[in-house]
Design a binder for this molecule. Structure first.
Ligand code: BES
Ligand code: MN
Ligand code: ZN
Length: 488
């Protein structure tokens, strides 16, 4: 969908935002008079009150400049934050995408608000319909563009441009998470990342041979039960000063998680196509940074594997040696994400020398129980990082919530046979997972782990701005965090 900004526009649908309990805006007056008051009638008729996201459609008389007028509820002006503005744009697109009309304009007085409404419209326009072959034309969306009309269209456009870059990252992450696991496996995922070089990123891909040389026995252990070759991709964006240490983003990319020999139950296992949501978040962020030419050095690293039960798969009881040299007793092959991240985190520190690290992973079912689908879990010993990421979450709408860490939890990882085991028992499952990762991060490294298992995808009722199974969580949060903390 094309989002445009202009002082005026000619479109088949012409739309206006109406405050809750408010009157028709001045911009709608002329049209209202020309059509004998149909708009003011709709603004106060039926159940339309102007609540944020409400929609009223008016069929305009023959000969009018547009075919339809649409009133979009704007809620109470005092409560109109970025999320409400996005919902206004999102509800509008959701309601009109299949209307049969191609073009729409939406009038918004304020330029900053117009940009944010445009972002909501774009987020809502996402589709993942690659694999439908039998859809009738009238089941497909008709709307191809929305023009936000506002007096200061230039400012609106300028405010929208960086938002659009982040949303491009969201789209990319959504695509990766939505793709089926027979199409998106480590090598094909890595290929899609290699294609990002067209946007000015530097992309390096390591295979099993290279990772074996690096001693990455923990990541390779997870992948050994799959016929698909494990990969690690490293994406570099060098928009900052030459020689300045990068920020590292690390992602779990389990392209499918059967659980391995500790096999998962069958019901709902298809959701594990999304177990590479952390890697998708990192990849989407790298694209966003490149699109807006961010003035920072950032490196994204993703561990790409498939967790399968095979004759050669790792067994409960196996002991793996990680690249850090630490040994791990695998007590549950379904706790595989941490095994992948252990080696990627280690590699990130040794080879990229970052000044800070954030890792993202669909790591535990426990975080879904604890926080549901509205916050990612945040784990760190660095208070300033927790604050900065929490604020970036509030600003971007991809929210995080901090949970505790500490030596009491770390102790639960004790093994009878090796330096540690890969599970901590039933209690505090998300925290012991974070403690496991911490063992692979240098003591004084500013590091934060985000458990995104509850937010990477959602089955069921969602905001209009989150229209597909995959949410594409991550790029907007990380892009905001980098913009606010690492760009001058
Ligand atoms: N990929 C899963 C976590 C997950 C669960 C993500 C549900 C999204 C929705 C992870 O690899 C896993 O299986 N974790 C286990 C850990 C346990 C064996 C300690 C879990 O959460 O059950
Ligand atoms: Mn698992
Ligand atoms: Zn997993």
């Amino acid at each position: 969908m094309k989002i445009r900004f202009a002082a005026e526009a000619k479109a088949e649908i012409t739309a206006f935002v109406i405050n809750e309990g408010g009157k028709l805006p001045a911009a709608a007056k002329a049209l209202d008079e020309a059509c004998g008051g149909l708009l003011s009638e709709a603004a106060s008729g039926g159940r339309f009150t102007g609540k944020a996201g409400q929609i009223a459609v008016v069929v305009l008389p023959k000969g009018s400049a547009a075919k339809r007028a649409v009133l979009v509820g704007g809620g109470k002006p005092a409560k109109r934050d970025a999320r409400v503005l996005e919902r206004i744009g999102g509800s509008f697109v959701k309601s009109q995408s299949h209307s049969g009309f191609k073009s729409a304009s939406l009038h918004v007085d304020d330029a900053a608000a117009a940009a944010q409404i445009g972002a909501g419209a774009q987020l809502a326009a996402y589709r993942f319909d690659t694999y439908f072959t039998k859809k009738k034309p009238d089941a497909l969306p008709s709307l191809t563009g929305v023009t936000l009309t506002c007096e200061d269209a230039k400012s609106a456009k300028a405010a929208y441009t960086p938002l659009e870059a982040a949303i491009d990252g969201t789209y990319f992450a959504r695509d990766l998470v939505n793709e089926p696991p027979n199409v998106l496996y480590p090598a094909s995922f890595a290929k899609r990342l290699k294609d990002l070089e067209a946007h000015g990123l530097e992309v390096e891909v390591l295979g099993e041979k290279e990772m074996k040389k690096l001693g990455m026995g923990s990541l390779l252990g997870v992948g050994q039960g799959s016929v698909k070759e494990s990969k690690m991709a490293i994406m570099r964006w060098k928009g900052g000063k030459a020689g300045e240490k990068p920020v590292a983003l690390v992602g779990k990319g389990v392209c499918f998680d059967t659980g391995g020999i500790s096999l998962k139950p069958g019901a709902g296992m298809e959701d594990m196509r999304g177990d590479m949501g952390g890697a998708a978040a990192v990849s989407g962020t790298m694209l966003a940074l490149a699109k807006r030419k961010a003035k920072a050095n950032v490196v994204g690293l993703v561990g790409l594997v498939e967790n399968m039960p095979d004759a050669d798969a790792i067994r409960p009881g196996d002991i793996l040696t990680s690249a850090s040299g630490q040994t791990i007793e695998v007590q549950n092959t379904d706790a595989e994400g941490r095994l992948v991240l252990a080696d990627v985190l280690w590699y990130a520190q040794k080879h990229e020398k970052p000044k800070a690290i954030v890792d993202l992973a669909t790591l535990t079912g426990a975080i879904v129980v604890g926080l549901g689908h509205h916050h990612a879990g945040l784990f760190t010993g660095h208070d300033d990082m927790a604050t900065a990421l929490t604020e970036a979450g509030q600003a971007s709408g991809e929210r995080v919530w901090r949970l505790p860490m500490g030596p009491e939890y770390d102790r639960l990882l004790k093994s009878k046979f090796a330096d540690m085991r890969n599970i901590g028992g039933r209690a505090a499952g998300s925290i012991t997972a974070a403690q496991f990762l911490k063992r692979f991060v240098d003591e004084d490294m500013p590091w934060t782990h985000l458990d995104i298992a509850g937010v990477a995808w959602v089955n069921g009722e969602k905001e209009p701005t989150d229209p597909s199974w995959a949410s594409g969580f991550g790029p907007r949060l990380l892009n905001q965090w980098i913009a606010d903390n690492y760009e001058g």
